[in-house]
Design a protein around this ligand. Structure first.
Ligand code: ATP
Length: 199
């Protein structure tokens, strides 16, 4: 099966693009969604997180306290590596399982840290980057979640730069401040047709 990697910085529009591709028949495997499931109440990463980080990182419902963990790992790289050590192998296992069951025209792997993690490039046939200005990333994430701008900047500082991401891309979707959702959809449709041909 043809495998597309879809990446982009926080708030760039990956999820929106992935939803369009899914609605047109691609199988979307979203590592962010998998990470959320692993850290939801009863998720398979909860016990390991409690053991490594302490019960104060788990909320009353038994889910990861996301805001607290965000503040911790984006101010301390070693804690971030520790969390990744818990999550990444579990995510990889679930990605493999979903990929084996994929029945779409092609598979899309949505991976926020695809370029950073290094291991992904040889698992995909083509890499698409969703690009936007850094200020737009901050504005979109704030509008959606209310995460403080300072925290968003620290998350962005832990990701590769916009330039490095663009340099690694085979295809680029431009989702700037002035890109309307219908403009975005038109761009994605052109690429989707090309990927269908490759598939
Ligand atoms: P994250 O890495 O934080 O998960 P993401 O890359 O998946 O983010 P989305 O969730 O798709 O990004 O988009 C971020 C927010 O910006 C969403 O609320 C989305 O609806 C909005 N958005 C994305 N693109 C546009 C656009 N062109 N016009 C208006 N709103 C947009």
């Amino acid at each position: 099966m043809f495998k597309l990697g879809l990446t982009g910085g926080i708030g760039s529009g990956k999820t929106h693009v992935a939803n369009l591709l899914a609605s047109w028949g691609a199988t979307v495997i979203d590592t962010d969604l998998i990470a959320h499931q692993l850290t939801a109440p009863g998720g398979s990463a909860i016990d390991a997180i409690r053991e490594s980080f302490g019960p104060e990182l788990i909320d009353m419902n038994g889910a990861l306290d996301r805001a607290r963990m965000r503040e911790l790992v984006f101010s301390d790289a070693s804690r971030r590596a520790q969390l990744e050590g818990i999550l990444h192998p579990r995510i990889a296992q679930e990605v493999l399982r979903q990929a084996q069951e994929a029945t779409g025209i092609y598979a899309v792997f949505v991976v926020p840290l695809l370029i950073e993690s290094g291991r992904w490039r040889d698992r995909i046939d083509r890499l698409c980057v969703v690009d936007c200005e850094e200020e737009t990333q901050i504005a979109r994430v704030q509008a959606r979640s209310g995460i403080p701008a300072e925290t968003i900047r620290r998350i962005m500082a832990a990701q590769v730069s916009r330039g490095e991401r663009l340099a690694a891309a085979d295809d680029i979707i431009s989702n700037m401040a002035n890109t309307s959702l219908s403009d975005l959809e038109k761009q994605v449709l052109v690429l989707h047709k090309a990927w269908c041909n490759l598939a």
